[in-house]
Design a protein around this ligand. Structure first.
Ligand SMILES: [Zn+2]
Length: 122
């Protein structure tokens, strides 16, 4: 009987740990970033920095290095997202607006990343 009780306690502890971890992760992923400075990164190089708190509405066309594909990055009402892309998976378009530090907009085929800058003085 003692073994059964110990097992039950272990299960409870494991469930508690999973809950705690998922809570931390969800806060990290869904909390709106306090940052407004965004980096557009192509092939590992920052090609443009945008301050969303001050940026006017704009559409930025970014050609892939080989010219075979592109991303249309839209800045609108202080938010940034991929409006249109030439990539086959369209994941970057479906990711929607950039909100989280932990979850950048990534276009793998075009090697493009849109992310909040880690250091912006806030
Ligand atoms: Zn894409």
């Amino acid at each position: 009987m003692a073994a059964v009780k110990a097992k039950r306690m272990a299960v409870t502890a494991a469930a508690g740990a999973v809950f705690a971890v998922s809570l931390v992760l969800s806060v990290r992923f869904f909390r709106k970033s306090p940052h407004t400075l965004v980096e557009i990164v192509q092939d590992g190089t920052v090609i443009r920095t945008v301050d969303l708190s001050a940026a006017p509405d704009e559409t930025i066309r970014i050609e892939r290095r080989d010219g075979q594909s592109y991303n249309l990055v839209r800045i609108e009402n202080g938010e940034i997202f991929v409006q249109e892309a030439g990539c086959p998976d369209q994941t970057c378009v479906h990711m929607g607006k950039l909100h989280s530090d932990a979850l950048p907009i990534i276009c793998v085929p075009n090697r493009l990343i849109i992310r909040f800058a880690e250091e912006d003085g806030t």
